[in-house]
Design a protein around this ligand. Structure first.
Ligand SMILES: Cc1cc2nc3c(=O)[nH]c(=O)nc-3n(C[C@H](O)[C@H](O)[C@H](O)COP(=O)(O)OP(=O)(O)OC[C@H]3O[C@@H](n4cnc5c(N)ncnc54)[C@H](O)[C@@H]3O)c2cc1C
Length: 406
């Protein structure tokens, strides 16, 4: 019986397993490996980081969706894939051999080598990191009662990409709670976003991007653009302004909570395994396999897929990870059954909606722009759809977002 090893139980990995279980009942032996016993909805990490949702609300046990007759789950850290020997090396288990390997180890925070970013700021790329941010904010607010240091009340978000904007909105929603912990008025909690770009949110047209930025401004989030971050020191962000001469003194923003959301790259295990990658992403073949290794599939944030115009790879999202997983399961099923493989992978985005807290959002869904409260309902429906795709009806009912009426 052919052996399929799936690495990572995020959107791409878990969806691949769910689909393979349906398509190849009893025809393959699947092994799924993840370092956690749970799947988490990475698109909701900012809700945990802000303390608005407990982590338990965005995760469910991986075992819940596995068919034990077909799939073995191993909780372990993937150290490396030996592409030539077709084996996967794990931290605490014997190596696994495979006929097909699906690489779906997701993303890590990217510091771009900026001095002090790793040591002095908090990344938000998994549940542990999101909980660490929440605990840090809580501790700072409590400390304020003793120190009366205004920096305890300041939350700085470095990077105003999609996740930075969503985090700022969620943190703004948490303001009242933080203020109670610190014993201050909500308006004394200061939220700052710092970003290198002049025009934020490039995935949206000018009107929508302005709408999103203004939503945050109305929530009293201070946004500094054209700020090239040079260094993070403990409690200080140092940046070069747009027109500054080289060598001019750097600008400073201080605050005791500095969160790093400038960008992500694919898993470092991709390069450890000797695969040719840029920022941890392998340029996929038409069948979503690694070049020269038709038995190694690369999905989600570990892959780069070029649209027909060939200009820039599609942005890495949960939506494309799920779509790739569907395709990979079809392709593996065809190869196992000996039928003809599907044509080249194609992708059509259903749109992108960014939340700004629980009841506000903006974006494009099914070709239509959407804003404000209705957009927040659309956003929750999108999240529920991906939860349904990985976890099925049981997890949707247990963990879905049905808080639609306010
Ligand atoms: C705050 C935020 C908001 C976002 N919002 C959206 C959105 O609205 N819409 C959207 O489409 N996308 C959004 N994204 C992007 C989306 O979350 C990612 O593109 C998506 O999670 C990628 O899916 P994946 O399957 O590649 O990896 P992931 O979902 O990250 O899963 C990777 C899995 O691999 C496991 N793993 C990693 N390394 C190892 C190892 N060495 N050994 C064992 N296991 C390992 C992890 O535990 C995890 O379970 C958002 C991301 C963030 C951070």
């Amino acid at each position: 019986m052919k052996k399929v090893v799936v690495l990572g139980a995020g959107y791409g990995g878990l969806k691949t397993v769910v689909e393979l279980q349906k398509k190849l009942r009893g025809e393959v032996a699947i092994t799924l490996v993840d370092q956690n016993s749970y799947h988490y909805e990475a698109t909701d990490l900012h809700e945990v980081a802000s303390g608005n949702l407990p982590a338990s609300k965005i995760l469910f046990p991986i075992a819940d969706v596995l068919d034990p007759k077909m799939t073995t789950f191993i909780q372990d850290h993937v150290d490396k894939v030996d592409i030539e020997k077709k084996t996967v090396e794990l931290a605490k288990h014997e190596p696994l051999s495979y006929d097909y390997c699906v690489f779906a180890l997701g993303f890590v925070s990217e510091t771009f080598g900026i001095k002090g970013a790793e040591e002095n700021s908090l990344p938000m790329a998994n549940v542990d990191q999101a909980e660490a941010i929440r605990d840090h904010i809580t501790a700072q607010m409590k400390d304020y009662r003793q120190t009366k240091d205004e920096n305890n009340l300041k939350i700085i978000i470095c990077g105003a990409g999609f996740s930075g904007i969503e985090l700022a909105g969620a943190v703004a929603d948490g303001r009242k709670r933080y203020a109670e912990l610190a014993g201050v008025r909500p308006d004394q909690i200061k939220i700052e976003i710092v970003d290198a770009s002049k025009r934020l949110l490039p995935m949206f047209d000018d009107k929508l991007a302005d709408y999103g930025v203004n939503l945050l401004k109305k929530l009293d989030v201070n946004i500094t653009t054209e700020a090239l971050i040079q260094e993070i020191q403990p409690g200080v962000v140092l940046y070069k302004g747009a027109g500054d001469e080289d060598g001019a003194p750097l600008h400073k923003i201080s605050g005791n909570t500095i969160i790093w959301t400038t960008g992500v790259s694919g898993s470092p295990i991709v390069a450890e395994s000797g695969l040719q990658a840029r920022r941890g992403r392998v340029m996929d073949s038409a069948h979503l396999t690694a070049p020269d290794h038709d038995e190694v599939y690369m999905v989600g944030d570990d892959a780069a897929v070029m649209p027909p115009d060939g200009k820039r790879p599609y942005p890495t999202t949960a939506q494309i990870a799920l779509s790739m997983a569907n395709y990979v399961a079809k392709d593996i099923a065809a190869r196992v059954k000996g039928t003809s493989r599907p044509g080249a992978y194609t992708y059509k985005s259903l749109g992108t909606v960014a939340s700004v807290g629980n009841t506000r959002a903006f974006g494009v869904a099914m070709g239509h722009s959407t804003k404000g409260y209705p957009a927040s309902v659309v956003k929750k429906m999108i999240m529920n759809k991906s939860l349904l795709e990985t976890g099925g009806v049981k997890e949707l009912l247990a963990k879905g977002r049905f808080d639609l009426y306010h």
